[in-house]
Design a binder for this molecule. Structure first.
Ligand code: SF4
Length: 282
């Protein structure tokens, strides 16, 4: 099937092209001026993506048209309840977590109220969620730590967030982005799959995919990119059978197994809006 591509050359976007805050290396510049030979590559340069910057910009431009205001689907009323909801959502569906937390957050929406509720009563609210015993322990422990070390407030930095029991890098990234508006890239199962399947940001670990995505995504799209990728993975580029016929980036996609190369029309999508109740466990 013929694949249409943008006019720009699809040369690979490598780390050396990526956005970087690192200051220019004056020594290297000086050597370049004197015509000194470039040292032989030691094979450490990793290709961050198979797409050109123009193609990446076009992918996110299309996502921004079909989902102008993407939102996470986990219900919460403040940063604390967001931390709890994300901690409960590991290996569970957002819909399942929302069903349990609606009643829970009505009685415990602060660390103090959660500690007062206690582990056994907390379990009675969340026992429909997988691994509920361990998660209940973590929620009580993280509530106690918030009171003890952070004055009952959720901290804003990743370094502080990951000190909370049950909070890893992914949860910290979600909280920083959704509660405090700090652009981050939380790599969940959907983002990891898309990064590798499309060769958008290939990586063996979530950290590698996260670093590549943070480097290649244009600044103006970075804040919403995490939700766009999750929603694209949840509703279109699904794990077992991607729905390439309805995909708005089908022409750009570099997945060898794609079943269509004609992009779907750019129509605003209702999927992924907060009221949508969906099952997405894999
Ligand atoms: S064309 Fe298919 S494989 Fe490629 S991004 Fe779209 S749904 Fe995924």
């Amino acid at each position: 099937m013929k694949t249409s591509r943008p006019e720009s050359s699809p040369e690979t976007y490598e780390k050396s092209n990526a956005r970087s805050d690192a200051p220019a290396d004056k020594t290297v510049k000086a050597k370049a001026k004197t015509g000194a030979k470039k040292p032989a590559s030691r094979g450490r340069k990793r290709k961050l993506t198979a797409y050109s910057p123009e193609e990446i910009r076009e992918i996110f431009r299309r996502f921004s048209i079909i989902r102008p205001e993407p939102k996470g689907e986990l219900e919460h009323v403040n940063p604390f309840t967001l931390v709890v909801a994300v901690a409960l959502s590991a290996q569970a569906t957002d819909a399942g977590v929302n069903k349990a937390t609606r009643a829970l957050f009505a009685v415990a929406d602060t660390p103090e109220k959660m500690v007062a509720l206690g582990e056994e009563r907390l379990i009675s609210y969340i026992k429909t969620i997988g691994l509920f015993r361990n998660k209940a322990k973590n929620v009580i422990a993280l509530s106690e730590k918030l009171i003890r070390d952070f004055g009952g407030e959720v901290p804003r930095t990743r370094e502080e967030l990951v000190t909370l029991p049950g909070v890893g890098r992914k949860t910290a990234n979600v909280v920083m982005s959704m509660a405090f508006g700090i652009p981050t890239m939380a790599v969940d199962t959907h983002v990891f799959r898309i990064g590798n399947r499309l060769k958008l940001a290939p990586g063996k670990t979530p950290d590698e995919v996260e670093a590549a995505l943070m480097a290649i995504i244009p600044e103006e799209y970075l804040f919403h990119a995490h939700h766009w990728l999750i929603l694209h993975g949840r509703y279109c580029c699904k794990a077992r059978r991607p729905e390439c016929e309805t995909c708005v980036i089908a022409d750009l996609c570099r997945f060898e197994g794609k079943t269509n190369a004609i992009p779907a029309p750019l129509v605003e999508s209702a999927e992924g809006l907060p009221q949508t109740v969906t099952e997405h466990a894999e």
